[in-house]
Design a protein around this ligand. Structure first.
Ligand SMILES: [Zn+2]
Length: 161
C-alpha cells in the first residue's frame, strides 16, 4: 500500500467519515455543520487526494460524532456527491449517499433583506425550492430571490437553530 492511500484509509474507532467531498470543500462542510474543533472533537481533514470518481476529493473524519438528518441536507447543498460512512469499532457499518431534497427548509438565510423571513418579529422558516441541481440554483418561496451555488456557504444559518 502506498503512503498516499495509507493517509486516506487510516481508521477512526467510532464516528463519521464524510467522503467524496469535492476537492477544497472540506472546510466549508465543517463550517456549515458548526464543527470548529473547539469542543475537543477529534477531526481529520484530508484534502485534495486522488479519487476515481471525482479526480480529486476531500475527506473528513470525525471521531465520536454522528450526524442528524438535517446535517445530511446541509452537506448535500455543498457536496452533492458526498457519502457518509458510520464507523463502529473501526468498521464501516452504514453508508449513505447524501441527496439534495426538492425543498430546503430552515437551512439557508434569504439574501433579500426585505424578505419576510428576515423580519425580526417574524419567526418564519426560510423555504427554498431547488430549481436546478447542477449547477445548483434555488429560489426563495417567499420573495422569489434566486441563489446560486457560490452563495450557499455564506447563507447557511444553520447555527441559529
Ligand atoms: Zn426571500
Amino acid at each position: 500500500m502506498s503512503e498516499k492511500s495509507t493517509l486516506v484509509v487510516s481508521k477512526i474507532k467510532h464516528g463519521t467519515v464524510i467522503d467524496h467531498i469535492p476537492a477544497g470543500k472540506a472546510m466549508n462542510i465543517l463550517s456549515v455543520l458548526g464543527i470548529r474543533g473547539e469542543k475537543g472533537d477529534r477531526i481529520a481533514i484530508i484534502m485534495n487526494v486522488e479519487s476515481e470518481k471525482l479526480g480529486k476529493k476531500d475527506i473528513i473524519k470525525i471521531e465520536g460524532k454522528w450526524l442528524e438528518p438535517r446535517d445530511f441536507d446541509v452537506i448535500s447543498l455543498i457536496a452533492p456527491s458526498a457519502t457518509v460512512n458510520i464507523v463502529e469499532n473501526f468498521e464501516v457499518v452504514k453508508k449513505y449517499k447524501v441527496s439534495l431534497p426538492d425543498r430546503v427548509e430552515g437551512l439557508l438565510k434569504c439574501p433579500n433583506m426585505t424578505c419576510i423571513t428576515n423580519e425580526r418579529n417574524e419567526s418564519i422558516k426560510t423555504k427554498f425550492k431547488v430549481l436546478s441541481r447542477d449547477p445548483l440554483k434555488l429560489q426563495c418561496e417567499y420573495c422569489g430571490t434566486i441563489i446560486y451555488k457560490d452563495d450557499i456557504v455564506k447563507l447557511t444559518n444553520y447555527l441559529k437553530k
